[in-house]
Structure formats: structure tokens, C-alpha cells
Design a protein around this ligand. Sequence first.
Ligand SMILES: *Cc1c(COP(=O)(O)O)cnc(C)c1O
Ligand SMILES: [Zn+2]
Length: 418
Amino acid sequence: MTAVDAPALDFGPATHLTCRACGEQYPLGAAYACIECFGPLEVGYQLATPTREQIAAGPPSIWRYASLLPVPADIAELPGLHPGYTKLVRADNLARALGMRRLWVKDDTGNPTHSFKDRVVAVALSAARQLGLRTLSCASTGNLANAVAAAAARAGMDHVVVIPADLESGKVITTAVYGGSLVAVQGTYDDVNRLCSELIGDPLTSSWGFVNVNLRPYYAEGSKSLGYEVAEQLGWRLPQQVVIPVASGSLLTKVDKAFRELGTLGLVEATPYRVFGAQATGCSPVAQAFRAGIDVVRPVKPQTIAKSLAIGNPADGPYALDVARRTGGAIADVSDEEVVAGIRLLAETEGIFAETAGGVTVATLQHLLATGQLDPGAETVVYNTGDGLKTLDAVASQVGPTATIAPSLEEFRAALGG
Ligand SMILES: *Cc1c(COP(=O)(O)O)cnc(C)c1O
Ligand SMILES: [Zn+2]
């Protein structure tokens, strides 16, 4: 791999890329796979420890953790929509309904395009700038499409988003509105992802940054902010259990990475925690491997309403398995009916309307409790990663007016009176 010779590349504390499979090191650049073994590359750092006070004095966005991310130190120069620092909601009603002691919802619907993908895109966009890439692109299951289009628009970059043609209309419209190019591919997300991998190296796309392909090492680091924030919002300590939705498995592995870093840096006490992953049964290759007790994640053809999680061949699946096993967690899956029930339960107990991925996570929490895998007495954080307004179809057939009446007192009484 040739070193990138552009002057003054600024990736803050990041010093190199390293192969997660064999440990081979590479210079920072638009590389994502190891030349020796084709393993995935990850950002390596020389981290100087910020103090809690320095972090707290930062902006209310992921950039308060800039000193722990592969971005320049000058926050004022950082691009995009300044996502992050979303609410950590104490979920006492849901806890009561589930027989749990202390439960929190990390609610990432509060991001600029209403999903956690704004975090990863912000870091990838900074990398694209450093590397002189002028077009921002991605293969998306929906939320990433929104986040790439919006952040690129704001940064004044061209954008080309590639999606499976059967995506929810709520995610197509909320991408197309930002202008740029939107290409709908007749195939699954895995087909879209393969196409984008083939495009890398094509002359047409030589100055493009595909946030989750050739910029994937940087993109993935953005998810660490979901670990940092929870620890900071709990008063600088780690929760005992977390439940995280799994598509490629990147988010789950990076929350674990963030918790470990905070412990190593002495920003929190390195108390034990268990990481649980959540999938929909119709696309549950990682949960199946977990149950079978094997390390190999066998690709599946997705068939589920949880389209944001419908990655049949998850790049970080084996690493997500490792994290769940190492921490004493699990990866489990729930049916589409349970997903809808999970969406409704969270809405009815906490006033939070989650997309299908949030339904997967809440339903998996229930499943893990029912099967005795998760401790109801231990402090638990569930990650709600996306907004229900983008996946209305999931609940549309189940909810609606309690009664439809003429505008008269009698009819109202007849409809609602005891
Ligand atoms: C992309 C996505 C995830 C999971 O992402 P991975 O890092 O690929 O596992 C979870 N929830 C929502 C809503 C998403 O859009
Ligand atoms: Zn390697």
C-alpha cells in the first residue's frame, strides 16, 4: 500500500490503520482491506487522555470527543451537521413493564436525520476532506442514505447514494430531498454493497469516498461516540448491560471499543459489562452463529420488516460474536410480530416512537429477560438507533383512530363513555 502523499493530512490522534485479522499496519488513507490477508482495517491511535472537564467543556455533539476520534483537533473546522449528545432517557415505565430495576434508553432519534448514522457519516466526511475526495457516497439500508445526503449537502459536496430499490418510501423521500444522485438497485443490500465494492477502483469513482466501503475504518470510529456518551451521561461510569441492534455489527463492536478505551484512559472505572446484540429473525446470521456456538457467520437472504438491519452478510459479524462471548452477553433475534409489539411497547410506556430497529432491540430485551440471559436487576442501556416516522408502514395496519364519529356530544359519549 502506498503512503498518501498529500500534505498535512490531519487525523488528530489517529496514527495508522491496522488489520484486525493479522495486525499488519498501514498508513492512514482511503484503504479498508489488508493486502496480506484481506482482513478489515481499523484506525489505530496514540491517545492522549483528555480530562473529564475538558470533554464536558466541549460542544454538545460528538465533537466533544474529537480527541478520541480520527479527526482534526480544531473543532471549529469540523464539517457536517454536528450530530450526537442525544438524550439518555431513564425508562422507569418500561422497566416496570418488564420487571427490571434500572433501565435507560439511549435515544438517537434526536440526531439531525433521526438515526445514529449521522455520527458515522460526520467522521467519514472529515476523512473524505482530509483525503481530498470530492464526492460522498455509500451503500445504504436507508438511514445511511439520509445521513450521507444531508451531511454532504451541508458540506457543499457532491453525493451519490446507492440503495436497494425496495426501501421504505419514508427513507427514499428523506434522502432524495437533499438533492444529489440517488440510485435504486434491483437487488438486496448485499447486492448494493457488492456493486459499491466493485466501483472502488473504477475510474468514474476515483475521487469518491464511499463512507462504509473505502472510508469504513473512519466511519466505524464514529460509533464509539455512542459508548462515550452513555458513560459520560451516567456520570462517568459504565452500565452493566447494553442491548444494541446489529446490522453489519460495527456499532456493537465500537461501543465495546469505547468502553474499553475509557477504562484504559482512566476516564471511568473499568467495571465489567455485558454486550447483547439484537437482530430480526428474518435476517439473523449473527444470532444464528451465536446460538450454534460457531465463529463463522453464514450469509442469509434477508426477509424482514427491519430493513435498516437487513444485512445478510455482515462484515463485522465475527467481531460482534467475539464481543458478546467475551463480555458474557449474547446475540438473539425476534420475529417481525415481536418487532411491531416492541415498537408499540416503547411508544406506550416511554413516549418514544422507534423505527423497526428500535422494535428489534426492545423485543430482544424482552426475549433475553424471558429466557434468563439478561439480568433484570442489573443497570441496562438499550440503544434506540432510529425514528419511527421513517418506517410508518411497520405499524400502520395496527394503529389508528379509536373511533370515527360525527361532531356530536352523544356520539363522543357513546364512543368513549364507560
Ligand atoms: C445501520 C443501523 C444499525 C446498525 O448498524 P451496524 O453498525 O451496521 O451494525 C442499527 N440501527 C439503525 C437504525 C441503523 O440504521
Ligand atoms: Zn491482515
